[in-house]
Design a protein. Structure first.
Length: 390
């Protein structure tokens, strides 16, 4: 059978790069800091990269190699590097590719830590960022300057679940010779493959849906091999690499990604439909609700709507906090993509360091609540949300 005919689930389950002499059915753990050499010439050739082999687990390890290979196959990429966290992936990817004087054009709606990186730290190295309004994609090109090097976006966005037309971004990046980087954390490669629409690099926080059970931290960047080589060289020196144990956990988790996402999305749509009818809710945003402003774009580039629902409670900041205090079954946590449903109030937690104007610019109102819908019996989740809203 031609391996090119293998489906998404088969690749996730059957990609196994290493076995020992014991021929394990389940992938073994390679908990070692370094690897040995046959002789002096073998060691010299390995360090000269004349041989493709493991040297030191900060550079590569059989477990991290397998995790990277699986994600590459899922995303349609040919190279990647795995990191200790999602933010390590974002930072290292940017730092490896940017020089002093370079410029980033980014969607205004990004993860709070990414925003802080762009605004508080990159300017120290003379790297500036301009934000475009996600609801005004026609303005993107007006932010591009001769020093612009990277076009960056999340889709769906965190936490307001807005959708960006990836095909449009791909066209703009090609026209202006920019590196297009997409944070695909909310969708995962099961629901969306940004490289099909022109992305050069795809970034994930593997901590979220890739793990799916709130156990380990991890991140990964996959994409163009020339760009990945620069990221690899930067990262092997600076040391943000993923641990072999976490890589092993994440690689096993990918085997159930598709079946988990099917249920996450099914439950999330039911939760969104319930919230849309609730009298104490002003508005609901979920990519596969027809009321979502970018519904048609979501249907074009996503297989299903994802696990995240955003909604606005009537009553603002105090109502949002009161809602969290009344939650009984669901978890209050900064994480998402877990088997357990998690509720978060961004204005008082994850995005509290932004000013009111900055939050409103990315659709984060005082009453906005983000629900990461889990795998529980969905009627139990809805009952908990209903009693908290009432």
């Amino acid at each position: 059978m031609n391996e090119e005919e293998f489906g998404f689930e088969t690749e996730a389950i059957r990609t196994q790069l290493e076995r020992t002499q014991y021929l394990e059915h389940s992938v073994p753990l390679y908990l070692t800091s370094s690897f040995v050499f046959e002789d002096a010439e073998d060691m010299r050739a390995s360090f000269a990269e004349e041989k493709d082999r493991n040297i030191y687990s900060r550079y590569s390890n059989p477990n991290t190699n397998e995790f990277v290979e699986k994600v590459c196959k899922m995303e349609g990429a040919t190279a990647g590097f795995a990191f200790a966290s999602g933010m390590a992936a974002v930072y290292s990817t940017m730092a490896a590719l940017l020089n002093s004087g370079d410029h980033i054009v980014s969607s205004s709606s990004v993860f709070g830590a990414t925003h802080s990186l762009f605004i508080n730290y990159f300017p120290k190295w003379n790297i500036q960022t301009s934000y475009f309004d996600i609801n005004k994609p026609e303005t993107i090109e007006s932010f591009i300057t001769p020093s612009t090097k990277i076009l960056f976006a999340e889709s769906p966005t965190n936490p307001a679940v807005d959708i960006i037309d990836l095909e449009l971004l791909g066209v703009i990046a090609k026209k202006h010779n920019l590196i297009l980087i997409i944070d695909n954390c909310f969708a995962t490669p099961y629901l969306q493959q940004p490289m099909k629409w022109g992305a050069h690099l795809v970034v994930h926080s593997a901590t979220k849906l890739m793990d799916g059970q709130g156990r380990v931290l991890g991140g990964i960047t996959v994409g163009d091999p020339e760009l990945i080589q620069k990221i690899y060289l930067f990262s092997r020196l600076t040391g943000p690499s993923l641990s072999p144990f976490n890589a092993w956990v994440l690689s096993k988790s990918l085997e159930t990604l598709a079946i988990r996402l099917d249920r996450h999305c099914e439950n999330a749509l039911k939760v969104a439909e319930f919230l849309e009818q609730h009298p104490n809710v002003n508005r609901v945003k979920y990519p596969f609700l027809k009321s979502h402003p970018q519904y048609e774009i979501a249907k074009k580039q996503m297989k299903l709507g994802g696990s995240i629902v955003a909604f606005e409670i009537k009553g603002g900041l105090e109502a949002g906090r009161n809602f969290l205090d009344k939650i009984k079954l669901c978890s209050l946590s900064p994480n998402l993509g877990d088997t357990r449903t998690i509720v978060t109030h961004p204005a008082s937690t994850t995005h509290s360091k932004l000013s009111v104007d900055e939050r409103l610019a990315v659709s984060i109102t005082d009453g906005l609540v983000r629900v990461s819908v889990g795998l529980e019996t969905v009627k139990d989740v809805i009952a908990d949300l209903e009693q908290a809203l009432s």
